[in-house]
Ligand binder design. Structure first.
Ligand SMILES: C[S@@+](CC[C@H](N)C(=O)[O-])C[C@H]1O[C@@H](n2cnc3c(N)ncnc32)[C@H](O)[C@@H]1O
Length: 242
């Protein structure tokens, strides 16, 4: 099954991994340009919102080149980064970021049930084959009372802003990406926002996975978002609540 001309299922998994392996060397530079230099500020804001501190063990899912892990460690917390693209992890290493790096898939995380205080995830939700499966897996590893912070792109709802954003995101970003990195990858990137469910649907997925106290903060007039939540109690044996 296809979503427009976007791949789904196993084809998506393979193509996304190959794409990030390809663009890894220029990823950081392009990321800063595309977010107008705001991406690290948004990650910092996300960590502030869920009060990440020295006592926390944090898994950064889809860690890429390590921006979230770097900020987590700067707070004295312990960070492990998981990503399925080997070249993105290599790039993190070549930046001198020493946090433990695990090459793995978000749908099968190599951590015990309720073993983690915090999960963060930056700009990756639309890349997963099954967002629902990944959120369930995150819910499995986060302890009750643990927190999550997910940062991702969004599109402004207000007409004129949406049009201006679309000019930037759908035209300028692929053009600049094509010049400085990989043309097909940076064409795919704006299109891939079609994978991202609307806010109400993400909320339903998060609460279905077992997260409470859900909040969504809109950034830069609706062009990005931070989703936060707290892990509810584990499912009692034979019970229905998650
Ligand atoms: C847009 S990059 C974001 C990287 C980083 N989190 C950041 O904030 O810059 C998306 C990352 O998600 C990773 N990714 C996509 N699908 C994944 C999956 N199923 N499991 C693990 N990593 C995945 C990609 O390899 C890539 O590094």
């Amino acid at each position: 099954m296809a979503l427009g001309d976007l791949p789904v299922g196993e084809e998506k998994r393979v193509r996304v991994r190959e794409m990030f392996d390809r663009i890894a060397p220029r990823y950081d530079a392009l990321n800063r340009i595309m977010s107008l230099g705001l991406d690290q500020r948004w990650r910092r804001r996300a960590l502030d919102k869920i009060a990440v501190g020295p006592a926390d063990f944090v898994v950064d899912l889809a860690c890429g080149t390590g921006d979230f892990c770097e900020l987590v460690e700067a707070r004295g917390a312990r960070a492990v980064g998981v990503d399925f693209a080997r070249e993105m992890l290599r790039q993190a290493q070549s930046r001198g970021l020493g946090f433990p790096k695990v090459q793995g898939d978000g749908e099968w995380l190599p951590f015990g049930t309720a073993s983690v205080d915090v999960v963060t995830c930056g700009f990756a939700l639309r890349n997963f084959v099954s967002l629902e499966g990944v959120l369930r897996e995150i819910a499995r590893i986060v302890r009750p009372g643990g927190r999550i912070a997910l940062v991702d792109v969004d599109r402004p709802a207000f007409g004129p802003l949406r049009a201006a954003h679309s000019l930037y995101f759908d035209r300028i970003v692929p053009f600049v990406g094509g010049l400085l990195s990989d043309r097909s990858a940076y064409r795919y990137l704006p299109k891939s926002t079609a994978y991202l469910p609307p806010p109400a649907a993400i909320r339903t997925l998060l609460s279905g996975a077992g997260f409470l106290e859900l909040e969504r903060e809109v950034l830069l007039l609706g062009s990005a978002q931070i989703l936060t939540g707290v892990r509810g109690p584990l499912t009692p044996v034979g019970g229905r609540a998650r």
